[in-house]
Ligand binder design. Sequence first.
Ligand SMILES: *Cc1c(COP(=O)(O)O)cnc(C)c1O
Length: 439
Amino acid sequence: MTTERENVAAFEESRLASIIDLYIRTGIQVHSPGYMGRQFSGVVPLGGVVDFVSSVVNQPSSFYEAGQLPNVAERIMADELNQFIGWEPGTFAMVTTSGGSLANLTALLAARNKMFPDFWSHGSPGSDGPGRPAIAVGADVHYSITRAAGILGIGEAQIVRLPINRDQQICMDQARPALDEAAGRGLRVFCLVASVGTTSVGAFDPIDELGDLARERNLWLHVDGAHGASLLVSDKLRKRLKGIEKVDSLSWDAHKMMFVPAPCTLLFYRDKQDSLGAFRQQASYVFDEEPDPYTELDSGGRNFECTKRPMIMALWVLWAVYGRALFAEKIEHLCHMTEAFHRILLDEPDFETLHRPESNILCFRYRPAELEDEDVHRLQVTIRNRIKRQGDFFISKVNIGGVAALRVVVMNHQTNPDHFRMLMGEVRRVARDLVGSSA
Ligand SMILES: *Cc1c(COP(=O)(O)O)cnc(C)c1O
């Protein structure tokens, strides 16, 4: 820190350089092929350049008046990406939000307000009327959904967890009985939340069938596609999202599998009208009394942020300059690599596989024959932490069926099977050290 207090300190290049150096050194090295840890990643370099320009021109994008190009680019990208969803042009809506968590919250708010029109002004109907408002979710749903239930006044106790199958997807055979049971307890489920894919293992819920169930029972179907919606742009992988046109809302993080700087989240609504239902407000300083032809481009009434980053710009520029293939090829390559890593594990008796990867997330355990069942959990946690500390690899950990597993998310196209084998070697070495030290 400068010791200067009374005057603006002279600019010292070396001081700045050491701060930037510290910033880079202390972060996770997302550009290393040993980085297989989480869902953020290195970005397409041009995306970083556009993000820099956005920071300099500093035009917030909730209102057309300030962010003219970002607001138009949002419409263009919505139409471009809708080609892979398939709604009638002009009938749907898309808003950008600062992250998938906020998109999930916004969508559930729109669902709540539609199904309970008095909730916004009068608060929860509680147990008066036709039952307590409740939502049904896959048992492995992201924490932002359960958090949203708390924020929205639904209450965590009114979350109905639908059982999942061996592949960690919502189990259709058990979904209807679970909803019936909830109704029997006086819950009025108004919204069904599915994931494509889940954060822990990348599982894709059967949205085609869930879409039918939602229609049959008059439920809002929200699909959390923060991680996996990007698979829509690939002709080979789109089938994982079969039925996507049936959903009421869809969250899509471009800062995950579209490799743009965070945050950049797209929230789609099948029915344009529904996008207006999340928020109701009056603010004379921003909302126009005399709407002009451009007011329609404002998103301020439909997103929580007042000042909002023009986050669409990096995505739109990359899409405009390189085209869809850049994204499709990278996503396909990452998913293909993940399958290859899974096959490698199948041949190794001291590793346990837990699922066939549906995208680029792979969970497994190191489980040599002599390891006692009660030590399995502890060993995975310790291996993960030691590997992280050593610093050649970065992987994560997740509990599956209450037992820890090692988790890799393949986000870097430079990570190849040799790197994965090196990681396995590291896992074995760490485990052997641990057994040695406990003996
Ligand atoms: C990452 C993720 C989220 C949260 O999104 P943020 O952009 O980190 O807020 C929500 N749901 C799923 C399935 C995710 O993978």
